[in-house]
Design a protein around this ligand. Sequence first.
Ligand SMILES: *Cc1c(COP(=O)(O)O)cnc(C)c1O
Length: 313
Amino acid sequence: MLIDSADALLDIAVRVPVQRVELDLLVGTGIELLVRRDDLIDPQLSGNKFYKLFFNLQAAREQGLNRLISFGGAYSNHLHALAAAGNRYGFQALGVVRGERPAQLSPTLSDAEAWGMQLVFLSREEYRNKTDAELIVALREQYGDFYLIPEGGANLAGARGMRLAGTALEQQLKGDYTAVCVACGTGTSLAGLAAGIDLAKPAIGFSVLKGAGDLGEVIASTYRELGASDKSANWRLISGFHAGGYGKKHPQYLSQFWQDFERESGIALDPIYTVKMFWGIVSLARQGYWSRGSRIVAIHSGGLQGRRGFGSL
Ligand SMILES: *Cc1c(COP(=O)(O)O)cnc(C)c1O
């Protein structure tokens, strides 16, 4: 794939399958659940991280920068995708990882290293200050000039990529849906998606974080930067389905749901994001949140590499 035009991305995005899923838990709720399989785009570089990286890679190229740097934890889907992208498109990728280097790398980081990503480990305390100008200057001195992508791919270029996924979805379904749902970490994907679909339709984000903090403000400002108007903002953030918080061991009801969902639908989910979104969608359906006849599209944002090491089903 070329990374020199938005058309190349749209071309991929309009061919992502959207499939209907039947679940026992949805029987009698009167809603139809569709899943947009962005997890299938590519075995190494897929899901929302693929979209979020696209315009960042393009910008790096345009700026003549061959080195990419970004940040994440030892199981980060974002660093994994960045390493794959660097390898595929000929960038030198530098991954700044939270915590000391362990004796044995996580599967995520082993892949990243195998794909040529250089790993730099920061103590948790240093990592907290990763956006400090001083640290960035020090990294530039040590590794040379680079194009910086924030943790999680959370910048405007990232949101523009996901906006394109929204545009593609609109073209594919020709408006025949009620709402679009996505799991939220930084909220970049939600902001982009909301701006890309028909602004009369809601984009609903399920936050996987325990405390949403200023997430709503961040989403609002990204959404504005994309040129969408705040007055009739078509995004909503739902925070009640984090199930204990980011990366936490699943409560029994969630592991049960995870197993049932995968068995009934034949679709694998990641433990951090998508399983919580689907749990949220289904729970809301059972509470009567969606009106009967609703056609809900859920974005399968990928992250399946993160199943390794999370504990077995
Ligand atoms: C990173 C990630 C998200 C969260 O995306 P944001 O744009 O940060 O909100 C959702 N799903 C998966 C699978 C992810 O890897």
